[in-house]
Design a protein around this ligand. Structure first.
Ligand code: ZN
Length: 270
C-alpha cells in the first residue's frame, strides 16, 4: 500500500514547512485579554511571522501559513504581505475555536473564508483545523466554499483522497499533519525540551521519513512562549532546512502545491 504512491520524477521525499499563525485569536477565543503575560500571540503578528517570511524567502522555501480570521483582522497588512511575497495562506478557524461549534460552524467557516479572501490575491484553497477539531460536516462546507484540501487529520503517513459519506472524492485531498513530534507545541509547552534537542529530534524524524520515501509535514507556531517565533527557536528551523537540503531528491512544496499534484495523480494515492 505504501509503495503505491509516486512522487514527481526523481523525487524521493516531499517536504512541507508550515506556520500556524495562532496570534491573539488564541487568547481572545479563550476569553483572555491578549495583554501582558497573555500577549504571546501578539508576538506572532509583530515579530514571529515577519521573521519566518524572511527566513523562508532567504532559503527559497514555498511555505504555507494558516491564519485564523480574527488574526487576519488584527494584522491585515501582514496577511497581505505573506501573499505578496508569494507564500500560501490557508484558513485556520476564526477565533482558533478548539471547542464544538454545533450550528455555528458553517457561519464561522464562511466568515473566515471571506476575511482571508478579501485580503489575498486568491481565495484560500486549504484549511487546517484549530486544535484538530473537526465535525462530520466540516469537509462538506469547505468543499462548497471551493477548498481543495484539508491538513488536519492524524491518521495516515501519506496524503490521501478525502471521503464524504464514504465516497472517495477525486478533487479534495487530505494532507495529514499526523506527527505530533513534528509540531513545536508539545516540546515547548509541556516538556520544556531545549531547542537543541528539538532540532536533533526533527532531524531524526526527517531521516526516517526520507528512508521510507515519505512525506514530511512540519508545523511551527510563530508565537513567543510555547511557539517557535523567537530568534533561537527560529534558528532551529533554519538548521533543519539546511539539514534537509543535504539530501538528494527532496522537493519542498507549499501544501496547496502538493495537494494539486496529488489530485492530478490521485490514482496513486489511497
Ligand atoms: Zn493553531
Amino acid at each position: 500500500m505504501k509503495g503505491a504512491h509516486r512522487w514527481p520524477d526523481g523525487v524521493r521525499c516531499v517536504v512541507c514547512l508550515t506556520v500556524d499563525f495562532d496570534g491573539p485569536s488564541h487568547e481572545t477565543g479563550r476569553r483572555l485579554r491578549p495583554l501582558g503575560g497573555h500577549a504571546h500571540g501578539r508576538y506572532s503578528g509583530r515579530c514571529g511571522v515577519p521573521r519566518y517570511l524572511d527566513l523562508f524567502e532567504k532559503h527559497g522555501i514555498p511555505a504555507t501559513f494558516y491564519v485564523p480570521g480574527y488574526d487576519a483582522e488584527c494584522y491585515p497588512d501582514l496577511v497581505r504581505e505573506i501573499d505578496r511575497r508569494g507564500f500560501e495562506v490557508g484558513a485556520h478557524g476564526y477565533l482558533h475555536e478548539a471547542w464544538e461549534l454545533g450550528d455555528e460552524e458553517e457561519a464561522l467557516l464562511v466568515r473566515s473564508h471571506d476575511i482571508l479572501g478579501g485580503l489575498l490575491s486568491r481565495a484560500p484553497v486549504g484549511w487546517r483545523s484549530p486544535s484538530g477539531r473537526k465535525s462530520a460536516r466540516t469537509m462538506r462546507v469547505l468543499r462548497e466554499l471551493g477548498y481543495r484540501y484539508d491538513s488536519s487529520d492524524k491518521d495516515y503517513d501519506l496524503p490521501y483522497m478525502v471521503r464524504i459519506d464514504g465516497k472517495r472524492l477525486d478533487d479534495m485531498v487530505e494532507l495529514p499533519s499526523s506527527a505530533y513530534s513534528l509540531d513545536d507545541f508539545p516540546f515547548y509547552k509541556f516538556s520544556m525540551t531545549p531547542t537543541s534537542e528539538v532540532l536533533e529530534h526533527w532531524k531524526q524524524e526527517f531521516d526516517a521519513i526520507y528512508h521510507e520515501n515519505g512525506y514530511f509535514m512540519h508545523m511551527v507556531h510563530p508565537r513567543s512562549g510555547w511557539g517557535s517565533g523567537t530568534a533561537a527557536r527560529a534558528r532551529a528551523v533554519e538548521e533543519l532546512i539546511r539539514h534537509i537540503r543535504r539530501y538528494e531528491g527532496v522537493r519542498f512544496f507549499s501544501v496547496a502545491g502538493l495537494a494539486e499534484w496529488v489530485q492530478a495523480n490521485h490514482e496513486h494515492f489511497e
